[in-house]
Design a protein around this ligand. Structure first.
Ligand code: NDP
Length: 321
């Protein structure tokens, strides 16, 4: 588990911009579990962060100065930039936002990377059909909340697994999940899942791995789809835990288990964003933001993801819009 001593904050001058560049003032910083993976030099899809260099992550900001004709002063952008109050960009790592369509902060969740992760994982891999049962672990977070709501739109029975009573109430009362299970207090998770899934599990959207997943796997149906999106329960371990071996279960049910990274589907980003925007505008999908104020609280907000402190998307508000 990382702590504050792994990070350092420094003061530098705000850089001058050159031709083709823009100066972006951070408004919302996104903290995301995948960043933990980059704090390790183990081989992965994303390059490790370099010790002593700034953390790079998703940021929504406002253009304060521009020498790039594509970006007007005062407009809003989203992109991968340094955890800093100001960034200079040549335009290649940022996209323009349309505040008239949705609040700009949504570009870091439902209308950004986590929303697309939910969309591609569930629809392209899971291919849900009406009447099927979908179980989601890490259900109350940025990705899980969107997966569940899309699954409801597709006519599925949706069961969420999350780490507090408040989170479970949010899922069933506000997001329309059919059932939610608190994996931290439920005495027998398998029995609770069996009760919540009387027809078994057709799709399992896994954000956490570990023993939660071991229990869901016992309930998978014939030709189920298991989507491996995240394994947050393993991110802070030196060695991953050994769980029950599931190959036999996959074989006997002719099931599909597939890992993916949201960028695998980059060619479909436009389709995903158009549909997610439409659903948000029509009120078919809603979202919650867990906002911490102040740049100096960024690291604590990031660490809070691993303590389960967030309901919905964890953001840090660094400046007023
Ligand atoms: P969340 O908003 O869900 O925040 C993290 C949540 O994980 C916490 O609130 C906590 O909720 C839960 N958690 C933390 N530690 C544990 C643990 N030890 N065991 C079980 N649950 C834990 O994050 P995101 O929605 O942004 O990400 C969800 C998952 O999706 C992550 O695993 C992430 O790495 C993955 N991901 C994958 C992508 C891809 O391209 N494949 C892209 C984006 C995200 P609780 O109280 O319920 O424990």
């Amino acid at each position: 588990m990382p702590d504050e001593s792994n990070f350092n904050t420094i003061d530098t001058d705000i850089p001058e911009i050159k031709d083709g560049e823009v100066l972006v003032r951070s408004v919302y910083i996104s903290v995301d579990p995948y960043m933990r993976g980059r704090m390790s030099d183990a081989k992965s899809y994303a390059e490790p962060y370099k010790v002593g260099e700034p953390i790079i992550g998703g940021i929504v900001g406002q253009v304060m100065a521009s020498k790039n004709t594509r970006f007007e002063v005062n407009s809003y952008v989203e992109g991968r930039m340094e955890w800093a109050e100001y960034n200079v960009s040549n335009g290649s790592n940022i996209r323009r936002l349309k505040p008239e369509l949705a609040p700009v902060s949504t570009a870091l969740h439902v209308l950004g990377m986590p929303g697309l992760t939910a969309y591609f994982g569930l629809l392209h891999i899971g291919q849900p059909k009406e009447g099927e049962t979908v179980v989601i672990s890490g259900a109350s977070g940025a990705v899980g909340t969107i997966v569940g709501q899309i699954a409801k739109l597709k006519g599925c029975r949706v069961v969420g697994i999350a780490g507090s009573a408040e989170k479970c109430e949010f899922l069933t009362n506000e997001l329309g999940f059919d059932a939610a299970i608190n994996y931290k207090t439920t005495a027998n998770l398998f029995e609770a899942l069996k009760d919540a899934c009387p027809n078994g599990v057709d799709i399992y959207f896994d954000n956490v791995g570990g023993s939660v997943t071991d229990n869901v796997m016992k309930l998978i149906n014939f030709q189920s789809r298991i989507i491996i999106c995240g394994q947050i329960s393993q991110y802070n371990l030196d060695k991953p835990e050994m769980g029950p071996r599931v190959m036999d279960k996959l074989l006997k049910t002719s099931s599909l288990m597939k890992g993916f990274i949201v960028s695998d589907f980059a060619e479909h980003n436009k389709e995903g964003l158009v549909n997610l925007t439409k659903w948000v505008q029509e009120g078919k999908i809603t979202y919650r933001e867990n906002i911490v104020e102040g740049f100096e609280n960024t690291i604590d907000a990031f660490l809070g993801l691993f303590r389960g402190e967030n309901i919905g998307k964890q953001l840090v508000k660094v400046a007023d819009e």
